[in-house]
Design a protein around this ligand. Structure first.
Ligand code: SF4
Ligand code: SF4
Length: 213
C-alpha cells in the first residue's frame, strides 16, 4: 500500500502514470517531478492563508496537472499569489516542495507567455528581477520608487506622498539612502553574474525548445 512507502520510494514507483502535461512539468518546472507524489489530502490548501481566495489552491493545481489541464494551469493566476510563507511545505505529509513548485509553474507560464495579463504580483516580480540583476543586489530605493510608479505617474506621486513618513524613517535609521539613486551597492563581480545569468537562460531556453520540438 502507498501509505507504507517512504515518499522517495513512492516517487520512483509512480513513473508510469504520467500524462504529457505532467511530463512537461517534470521536465521544465522547478521541483516539478514531485507533483505526482501528491495524495490529495488537502493539508496544503487548508494551511495556505490565501488558498481560499485563489481560483485554484495548490492541491487543486496538482490535481489539474495530473489531469492534463495545461491551459487552465498555466493560465491560472493562483501561482502568482503565493507569498512564500512555507506553511504548506511545513505540513505536507508527502514532503512536496509546494512553494517552489508554485513559483516554478509561474515562471514556466511566463516563459511560455501564457500567464494571465495584468497580474500585479507578476509586475512586482519583474521589477524585482530587473532591479536585482543589474548589480547583483537589490537597490531598495529604486525598487520602492518603481513600485510606486508602476501604475502611472500621478498614481506614483500619490503613493510616494502617502509613504513619505516611512521613507523618512528608513532614511533616519540608515535603512535607505538617497545616494542609492546614483548607484547603490553591487556584487563584486557583476560581469561574472551577467555571464552566469546568460548561460542559465540559454540552458532553460534549450530545454523548452527540446521539449516542444
Ligand atoms: S499537503 Fe501535500 S500531499 Fe496533501 S494535497 Fe497538498 S501537496 Fe498533496
Ligand atoms: S507558501 Fe504559498 S502556497 Fe504555500 S501556504 Fe504559503 S502562500 Fe500558500
Amino acid at each position: 500500500m502507498h501509505g507504507t512507502l517512504h515518499p522517495r520510494r513512492l516517487f520512483m514507483s509512480t513513473q508510469q502514470y504520467r500524462n504529457n502535461f505532467l511530463r512537461e512539468v517534470e521536465a521544465n518546472v522547478e521541483e516539478g517531478e514531485w507533483v505526482k507524489m501528491c495524495m490529495q489530502c488537502g493539508v496544503c490548501s487548508g494551511s495556505c492563508p490565501l488558498g481560499p481566495h485563489w481560483e485554484h489552491p495548490p492541491q487543486e493545481i496538482f490535481m489539474m496537472i495530473r489531469a492534463g489541464k495545461r491551459d487552465e494551469v498555466l493560465g491560472s493566476s493562483s501561482m502568482w499569489m503565493c507569498t512564500s510563507c512555507y506553511n504548506c511545505i511545513a505540513r505536507c505529509p508527502r514532503e512536496l516542495p509546494i512553494t517552489h513548485i508554485m513559483h516554478g509553474l509561474a515562471h514556466y507560464a511566463k516563459r511560455l507567455g501564457l500567464m494571465p495579463k495584468n497580474q500585479p504580483t507578476q509586475k512586482f516580480s519583474q521589477l524585482f528581477w530587473d532591479n536585482l540583476v543589474k548589480k547583483g543586489r537589490v537597490n531598495e530605493l529604486k525598487l520602492g520608487l518603481s513600485l510606486y510608479f508602476m501604475n502611472g505617474f500621478s498614481e506614483g506621486v500619490k503613493t510616494a506622498m502617502k509613504m513619505q513618513k516611512i521613507g523618512l524613517g528608513m532614511y533616519k535609521t540608515k535603512r535607505m539612502s538617497p545616494f542609492e539613486m546614483f548607484g547603490g551597492h553591487g556584487c563584486k563581480d557583476s560581469k561574472g553574474l551577467q555571464a552566469i545569468l546568460k548561460k542559465a537562460s540559454e540552458i532553460e531556453e534549450a530545454k523548452v525548445a527540446k521539449f516542444q520540438g
